[in-house]
Design a protein around this ligand. Structure first.
Ligand SMILES: Nc1ncnc2c1ncn2[C@@H]1O[C@H](COP(=O)(O)OP(=O)(O)OP(=O)(O)O)[C@@H](O)[C@H]1O
Length: 410
């Protein structure tokens, strides 16, 4: 049996450096003379860029859609097929299961298991539970050195994350909505190019509720979100009421966005700006990334309170990019919350996070659900350990489009 490797990293490790070292042969296997490929979200982004900028469609999905218009699951399977067709001698797979539902995870696992007969696989993962079954050696970085360890001996839950001890700040102004429900879908159906995606969705989100929108890849979660937060033209002929106003009846996207705090892990992709941590949070009052206005004393006070909750007051002047990916997310949640929005949307927020940071993130979201009136809409294909939504809205794909079911936990 050939040897395949995994490197278990945390969000503090420099993944790009790790991949560069592998490719140049300065790491766990001497592969510098071999033809290699990298399966990662960065590779995927490059192909999507090629589609947008040069009109090149090198990677074909099952549904013959462009990558840009495909769901995450469809994209990943298509990329893997494309890479395998190039017959690499070795393959680096990074965050291979990120954003994938259980079925797609099993499909990818099966494809990689077959591939591992002939091709060396090097997996990079920050979730110990996601190490591929055929991997026989797992390493972890200690300082700059990769050290072998027994993945089975690693007890993820025993490392409890540090807790947020302080109460969340009192809002700077009361919630500016007296309309309930905040969001209402009434028999909403959507198709793309004649293919039904959503079938008769009726759903309400009320102030203070904590929802998780769940469903397998391609079931239509992003499509639903784009009808609330985006300007998806498919929303205009539908019976959708957002904050008391019928979608498409003249309200601007900005009117809607002002009432929503939003975070998606996509916001961090390729983020290079040098804003200070404190400025990043205060910019949430203006719905900008980066600060272009002079904040009031009240806004500064509230920002300081959020910094204290996060334990980052003393480092508030440091660049945001100097934080780990996990801590960057906490700052962006504070940024989304300072304006005290009636609705907080979290779109696949833990993609790419390691085990410890995921627990910390869930802890902050649970705290927001308990201590504020903001409704939370958490969108993810998986039930996150430690996260406590009150309700799930589950999309189940059918030939006639996904149907939705409301599941109450208590
Ligand atoms: N603009 C578009 N044009 C054509 N098809 C589209 C478009 N947007 C989405 N689709 C298709 O609609 C289906 C639902 O996609 P959507 O992204 O909403 O699913 P999802 O549940 O968010 O998936 P994932 O969890 O993988 O991100 C997919 O099959 C996708 O290919």
């Amino acid at each position: 049996m050939s040897t395949h490797f995994a490197i278990y990293i945390s969000n503090k490790d420099d993944k790009h450096q790790i991949i560069d070292n592998i490719v140049s042969g300065n790491s766990i296997a001497n592969v510098s003379h071999l033809k290699g490929a990298v399966f990662s979200e960065i590779t995927l982004s490059k192909f999507i860029e090629e589609e947008i900028i040069h009109g090149k469609f090198a990677v074909v999905t099952n549904t013959k859609n462009s990558l840009l218009h495909s769901s995450e699951g469809e994209r990943k399977i298509a990329l893997l097929d494309h890479i395998i067709a190039q017959k690499p001698n070795y393959l680096i797979v990074d965050n291979v299961f990120g954003n994938l539902d259980v079925h797609k995870q099993l499909e990818i696992e099966r494809i990689l298991t077959n591939l591992s007969d002939k091709t060396l696989i090097i997996q990079i993962t920050n979730r110990i539970g996601e190490v591929l079954p055929f991997i026989n050696k797992t390493y972890q970085l200690q300082g700059d050195v990769l050290v072998a360890f027994e993945a089975a001996s690693k007890d993820v839950k025993s490392k409890a994350p540090l807790s947020f001890i302080r109460d969340l700040p009192k809002p700077y102004r009361s919630l500016s909505v007296d309309i309930n429900p905040l969001i209402k879908f009434n028999n909403v159906s959507v198709s793309y190019n004649g293919r039904p995606i959503l079938n008769n969705i009726s759903w309400e989100i009320k102030l203070g509720e904590f929802w998780q929108l769940i469903g397998p890849n391609g079931s239509g979660k992003s499509t639903m979100l784009s009808m609330i937060y985006g300007d998806n033209p498919k929303a205009f002929n539908q019976d959708i009421i957002l904050f008391g106003v019928k979608k498409g009846s003249g309200e601007s996207v900005w009117d809607i966005k002002r009432k929503i705090g939003y975070f998606s892990s996509e916001m961090l992709r390729g983020f290079k700006r040098l804003d200070a941590i404190g400025n990043m949070i205060v910019s949430g009052f203006y719905d900008t990334i980066g600060l272009y206005s002079t904040p009031t004393n009240e806004q500064i006070k509230l920002t300081h309170e959020w910094l204290n909750v996060l334990g980052m007051f003393d480092i508030r002047k440091q660049p945001f990019v100097s934080l780990s990916k996990g801590h960057q997310r906490l700052v962006l949640i504070a940024r989304a919350m300072v304006k005290n929005p009636p609705l907080l949307i979290l779109d696949e927020p833990t993609n790419g996070l390691d085990d410890d940071d995921t627990q910390l993130f869930s802890e902050l979201i649970n705290k927001i659900a308990l201590e504020t009136d903001t409704a939370i809409l958490y969108v993810s294909h998986r039930k996150e350990i430690g996260l406590n939504p009150e309700f799930f809205y589950e999309l189940t794909p059918k030939k006639t489009g996904s149907v939705g079911t409301r599941i109450s936990i208590f």
